[in-house]
Design a protein. Structure first.
Length: 360
């Protein structure tokens, strides 16, 4: 395994389009780090520059302490797992997994040992004689993983490897990749647009937007202490709710007149914002139905989504019709079309500057 460092890495495509703006990142040996963000944020381009599949416009990339900007992909000692599996359709599973080792002139007995060991690790021992067309999506992805494992690279690179799988298989393969990392203890850099994958897999997560890094932290710090409104809204499902309003001496007053009292620690934090506009962020799980009307907010229930042990409640405020979502227990589910009183756990509230969108 090896550490990977990126120092002020920049990528500008023909025509002047800047895909990545000065990315600096230090991936530790044996770490599984996830690059996450919406389409076009620069995460896949960053991964391809690490792999050598895209040239670096500016900056330095080091793998295992060596600058690799001009090193061909085949000499970087990395293995890449793609979204589309990239298997040879005319070769068997065994031959797909053995292909890279044969190119390196590895002895036949060693190839056989490594292929069968990886197949056993991934539970595909019975598939070695099949061709890719006879495999399911999950099986093909395991073969792609096996092909990477047998090479014993210093760094694994994953480019949205689970995007083509159905929801159940994604969860299964996500668990398999986490187990694989724990067992192999190899450095892994994983790209996804799915924040659930990022939260469940990453030792650390790099949140990107428009080619810029927004925050790098472990999953729970990202969730509980987002550095700005974008990170707060992107991390978490359903997404955080945002309300624009004004801070006064007693609490937060939303533009339509809804008032929410502030706990002491928030009053202290927001002292200099009294009389000013702020954005209040509330996670869906920080609502609950009921309580005294003078302490909650009256809302119109629009859509109810039962999820089994919990329910997603989509609602609008009674006064201005802004749309939000609450995640409540199944036992307190109201009917669509009804008006209910929602309480808010203001101890868990987040606040952001309306102009900079930075956390206060």
């Amino acid at each position: 395994m090896a550490a990977v460092q990126l120092e002020n890495v920049r990528k500008v495509f023909e025509g002047g389009q800047v895909a990545v703006h000065g990315l600096t990142l230090d991936v530790k040996e044996g770490e599984l780090i996830v690059l996450v963000g919406p389409s076009g944020c620069g995460k896949s381009t960053s991964l391809r520059m690490i792999a050598g599949l895209e040239e670096v416009t500016e900056g330095i990339i080091r793998i295992d302490g060596k600058v690799v900007n001009d090193t061909p992909p085949k000499d970087r000692d990395i293995a890449m797992v793609f979204q589309n599996y990239a298997l040879y359709p005319h070769l068997t599973v065994y031959d797909n997994m053995a292909f890279g080792l044969r190119l390196r002139k590895v002895p036949r007995t060693e190839i056989d040992r490594e292929v069968r060991s990886a197949a056993e690790l991934l539970g595909i021992e019975t598939l070695l004689d099949r061709k890719p067309k006879a495999l399911s999506g999950g099986q093909r992805q395991r073969v792609a993983l096996g092909r990477a494992i047998v090479r014993k690279p210093k760094v694994f690179l994953f480019d949205e490897p689970l995007s083509n799988l159905d929801a159940k298989l994604r969860v299964q393969m996500r668990t398999e990749i986490a187990r694989l990392h724990k067992r192999l203890k190899t450095t892994m850099i994983y790209v996804t647009h799915d924040q659930t994958e990022a939260m469940t897999l990453g030792n650390r997560i790099v949140v990107m937007k428009d080619g810029h890094v927004q925050q790098i932290d472990n999953p729970m710090i990202l969730y509980n202490r987002p550095t700005n409104k974008f990170v707060a809204g992107f991390i978490g499902s359903p997404a955080m709710n945002f309300l624009l309003g004004t801070v006064d001496r007693r609490g937060f007053r939303e533009e339509s007149g809804i008032f929410l009292s502030l706990p002491p620690r928030h009053k202290k934090r927001l002292t200099k914002y009294v009389g000013k506009k702020v954005i209040l962020g509330i996670r869906p799980e920080d609502f609950w139905v009921g309580g005294p009307r003078n302490r909650g907010i009256r809302v119109q229930v629009e859509v109810v989504e039962p999820m089994g042990n919990e329910t997603y409640l989509y609602f609008s405020t009674a006064k201005n019709g802004a749309h939000h979502v609450a995640r409540i227990t199944a036992s307190e589910t109201p009917a669509a079309g009804s008006t209910v009183n929602l309480q808010v756990d203001m101890t868990k509230a987040h606040f952001f500057d309306p102009e900079t969108e930075l956390a206060l």
